[in-house]
Design a protein around this ligand. Structure first.
Ligand code: NI
Length: 393
């Protein structure tokens, strides 16, 4: 049983929605037009609609044939990126410097398609909450929704999310139990030396020499501190210090990011970073301040819900097109905040093989969501709801 016939019938309409969203990309917490587009459509399908959650977030509520007291949530992200689109498409971005370069336009259209189909058929019992969240990129709209009481207002037993994946053919679905995407931290290290004439270094404390030792020492966190069977990446992405030839500056600032699949590894990285920075600075008589900030936790799938989603995916695309051992991704996703509250599963659906339509990597100015994937995503959502909410436990 591949794509649901009724969903295939309105594929052209889902494509129109997707392209309309693509034309007017909006970034973090400014998704006003997108949010209204979503809410208006949900209302036209007969859903109960709640607007203004985390500013521009929307939740649509759909009840099934009977109320068995059970509920699940499906989540799509709606935001775009600060990238100037390089595609020459009839529906290219009309907003300068912004574009849908991660396919959230497609995620939104697929979930709307699923809502429409399920409102027509109501082939389930209990309640489905359709979560349309703002600000997935950088600003943690998923966290804000959770903090504003998302799951107190809309209690569910499980939550599911979906992202397109370039490099994976359309009609293929991937997922994995346990950590699927990394946690994301940022850090800023300020080294305070003592500025002096470059010809008289003995009269100062050189923060440039100190930072060089810190940069090298921090690389030993991955190679010498963390269990080698676990993964961590620590990248220093900014070095700021000095203005001219003959002055040893007073300060140097380093900034960067840490990614890991376990909170314990994030904790260990932070502790070790502080110890290395403080001891190296002290050895040279410098002072150091380390600001370490947790942005997104790891995205961790529940094994039972992975098994359930894999079964549903196999119904839609065939068992041979479902991979439950997807490679882990060092990128991050704020759906993790929802998965920290409720068990569930995050899946990837194919957007097109590399070199084919839909195969341009996300966050590239030539990326475009592949409309051929829309009916697969919408069908997966509908089948998932029918599978979960018709189960008799
Ligand atoms: Ni994305």
């Amino acid at each position: 049983m591949p794509v649901i016939n009724r969903i295939a019938e309105f594929h052209a309409e889902m494509t129109e929605w997707r392209r309309e969203l693509h034309r007017y990309p909006e970034t973090a917490f400014e998704e006003e037009r997108t949010s209204k587009f979503v809410a208006d459509r949900l209302e036209s399908f007969g859903l109960e609609v709640h607007r203004g959650i985390a500013r521009t977030g929307v939740v649509g509520v759909l009840k099934g044939r009977t109320d068995n007291g059970r509920a699940i949530a499906l989540r799509a992200d709606m935001d775009a990126l600060d990238i100037q689109e390089a595609n020459d498409l009839p529906y290219r971005s009309e907003i300068p410097g912004k574009m849908h370069a991660c396919g959230h336009d497609g995620h939104t259209a697929m979930l709307l398609g699923a809502a429409r189909y399920m409102s027509e058929t109501r082939n389930f019992d209990g309640t489905v909450h359709f979560i349309f969240q703002p600000a997935e990129e950088n600003e943690g709209g998923g966290r804000v929704m959770v903090e504003e009481g998302l799951f107190e207002r809309f209690p569910v037993e499980a939550v599911y999310g979906m992202h397109n994946r370039p490099g994976l053919e359309v009609g293929k679905i991937q997922m994995r139990p346990g950590p699927m995407m990394a946690g994301f931290d940022i850090f800023e290290i300020t080294i305070e030396g003592y500025g002096t004439h470059a010809a008289r270094p003995h009269q100062g404390i050189d923060p440039i020499v100190v930072q060089a030792q810190i940069v090298n020492a921090l690389q030993t966190i991955a190679s010498r501190t963390v269990d080698p069977t676990k993964s961590v990446v620590l990248s220093i992405t900014q070095v700021h210090g000095g203005d001219t030839w003959n002055v040893i500056p007073a300060n140097v600032v380093l900034r960067g990011t840490v990614r890991a699949f376990e909170v314990g590894v994030q904790d260990q990285t932070e502790t070790t970073m502080r110890r290395l920075c403080e001891s190296i600075a002290a050895a040279h008589g410098a002072r150091v301040e380390v600001r370490y900030e947790r942005r997104y936790p790891p995205t961790v799938n529940d094994p039972d819900h992975v098994a359930l989603c894999a079964g549903v995916a196999a119904e839609v695309v065939g068992k041979e097109n479902v991979d439950t051992n997807a490679p882990q991704i060092m990128g991050s996703e704020d759906f993790s905040f929802m998965l920290n509250e409720k068990p569930g599963c995050y899946i990837n659906i194919g957007n097109g093989a590399f070199g084919e339509v839909g195969g341009t990597v996300v966050h590239n100015p030539r990326y475009d969501f592949n409309d051929a994937a829309l009916p697969y995503g919408a069908t997966f959502w509908a089948k998932l709801v029918e599978a979960v909410l018709s189960r008799r436990d």
